[in-house]
Design a protein around this ligand. Structure first.
Ligand code: NAP
Length: 487
């Protein structure tokens, strides 16, 4: 295996951040970070033990009281300086992200801006935490409602959006006055380490944000959840892991926010503007190489427009340039690892075995790197595994439908409910679908719904709670109500 060590990688801290100090892991253990476009090692980062993680929790607990007492305006200004610094360093951070995660540079730049926007949004929210005062219905007392930080938090993030998924949690935690231990995914720790250093430079006090990189997630996290000092878990990742963490959180009745897996339907009606529908499908399917919880996982197209839609989609998918994300003009990078690519191939093979036709793509590209071509499948049977399991790759499975009732039933036939997309020009139908689809978010003639200014999250087994919007900070606050008796 070759080792590449571009400048931006060597500039990022690779140790644990605990109590404001960058420290080695116990016995200076390290783990490699790989470039998925070459399979080579970019660098090694600290590989924390359970004892290291407990030290990080100690630091978060020690900092909690003084951090909660920090003036909201100061918390806000730290976040705002972080926002500015991310934008100032957008190009180099994008390169770092592309090297460890694989997505094309333009998409990494977009994610850095998206992460920055979470810091800006929550810098604005930090000074708007309000309460209430009311007269009791019998007039004999007064009610005071106060909000305060929930306390030390454990934040766990996935590899697919290595910076934004962290910023979406760190922003509201800082704004609310919570301290935290964050555990990024082992495939992509560098973007998080860079963000932590930027927030340190922006003036975040020691111990407020502690970063623990580890290859031993289960061993490291469980003791933290069993420790009663941890008051909040915010997790983004798969439903399978979310379920385990919910069980572990039950013992101490820890507040939980869960951003879990999706299985998004993308529905194109016969009255849709097909130009917009194809454009939206490209965004909803190909953003992040298809490795997004919001990715269109099932495309339902009305039978009367299916062949035209498929022809246009196939043409667009065929034109995409696959390659290393750092290279000019590349639109589709590699998948994160061999396990991810094998899963995509298994799902494609299963769909084909059940009668699907490959319009384009359908087989892995030669290495090095974990490349998979943009793929369109038609005639995908509803019992194909990809209709029930996230593909997490650049594969668009098209299925036809005849009636609105039929497609609503099909779209809802999943335990997931993160996001759905509907293309129609009929306002009545759009409103009916808004109510009939079991989904936390819905794009109407819109292929991307994610924004820091709106509540992001799912229903059913796609999660609990919301990130972003006015409600995002609530996840990190709790309420104390005071009843003041009158003489
Ligand atoms: P994952 O396997 O669930 O891992 C997510 C994080 O949890 C990683 O940091 C992982 O570390 C850690 N983890 C795994 N097992 C753990 C355990 N037993 N205890 C504590 N932590 C544990 O998910 P992923 O493959 O990284 O990400 C893809 C999934 O995330 C997809 O299902 C996608 O839909 C979902 N996602 C959801 C949203 C949303 O907002 N709803 C956003 C993005 C992604 P290790 O890798 O070391 O195990």
């Amino acid at each position: 295996m070759t080792t590449t060590n571009p400048d931006i990688v060597s500039a990022v801290p690779t140790r644990l951040l605990i109590g404001g100090q960058w420290r080695d892991a116990t016995e200076t253990a390290t783990m490699p970070v790989e470039d998925p476009s070459t399979g080579s090692t970019l660098c090694d980062v600290a590989d924390a033990s359970p004892a290291d993680a407990m030290t990080a929790l100690d630091a978060a607990v020690a900092a909690q009281e003084s951090w909660a007492a920090h003036p909201p305006r100061q918390r806000s200004e730290i976040l705002y300086r972080g926002y500015r610094a991310l934008l100032d360093r957008q190009d180099e951070l994008a390169r770092l992200m592309t090297l460890e995660m694989g997505k094309p540079l333009a998409e990494s730049k977009g994610e850095v801006a998206y992460a920055a926007e979470f810091l800006r949004w929550f810098s604005e929210e930090a000074v708007r935490i309000d309460g209430g005062y009311a007269t009791a219905p019998d007039g004999k007392s007064r009610f005071l409602v106060m909000r305060r930080p929930v306390g030390p938090c454990l934040l766990i993030t996935p590899w697919n959006f290595p910076m934004a998924m962290g910023a979406r949690k760190i922003g509201p935690a800082i704004a609310a006055g919570c301290t935290m231990v964050i555990k990024p995914a082992p495939q992509t720790p560098l973007s998080m380490l860079a963000l932590a250093e930027i927030l340190q430079e922006a003036g975040l006090p020691d111990g407020v944000l502690n970063v623990v990189t580890t290859s031993r997630a289960g061993e490291v996290v469980e003791p933290l959840l069993r420790d009663p000092r941890t008051r909040k878990l915010s997790f983004t990742g798969s439903t399978a892991v979310g379920r385990i963490l919910l069980e572990q959180s039950a013992q101490n009745v820890i507040r939980t926010s869960m951003e879990l897996g999706g299985n998004a339907p993308f529905i194109v009606f016969d009255d849709a503007d097909l130009d917009r529908a194809v454009e939206g499908a490209m965004q909803a399917k190909m953003r992040n190489i298809g490795e997004a919880c919001t990715a269109a996982n099932r495309l339902y197209v009305h039978a009367s427009v299916a062949s035209e839609f498929t022809a246009r989609l196939t043409a667009r998918m065929s034109e995409l340039r696959v390659g290393r994300g750092v290279d000019d003009g590349v639109q589709v990078g590699p998948l994160i690892d061999e396990a991810g690519r094998s899963k995509v191939q298994r799902l494609v093979d299963d769909a084909v075995a059940r009668g699907a036709k490959v319009e384009v793509g359908g087989a892995p590209l030669p290495g090095p790197g974990y490349f998979y071509p943009p793929t369109v499948l038609t005639g995908v049977a509803t019992d194909a595994e990809m209709h029930h399991n996230e593909i997490f790759g650049p594969v668009a499975p098209v299925t036809t439908f005849e009636t609105e009732d039929e497609v609503v039933t099909a779209a809802n036939a999943t335990p997931f409910g993160l996001v759905s997309y509907v293309y129609t020009r009929d306002l009545d139908r759009a409103l009916r679908l808004s109510e009939a689809l079991e989904t936390g978010m819905l794009g109407i003639n819109q292929g991307i719904v994610s924004t820091p200014a709106a509540p992001f999250g799912g229903v059913k087994q796609s999660g609990l709670g919301r990130e972003g919007g006015r409600v995002g900070i609530e996840e990190f606050l709790e309420i104390t109500y005071v009843n003041i008796g009158l003489g």
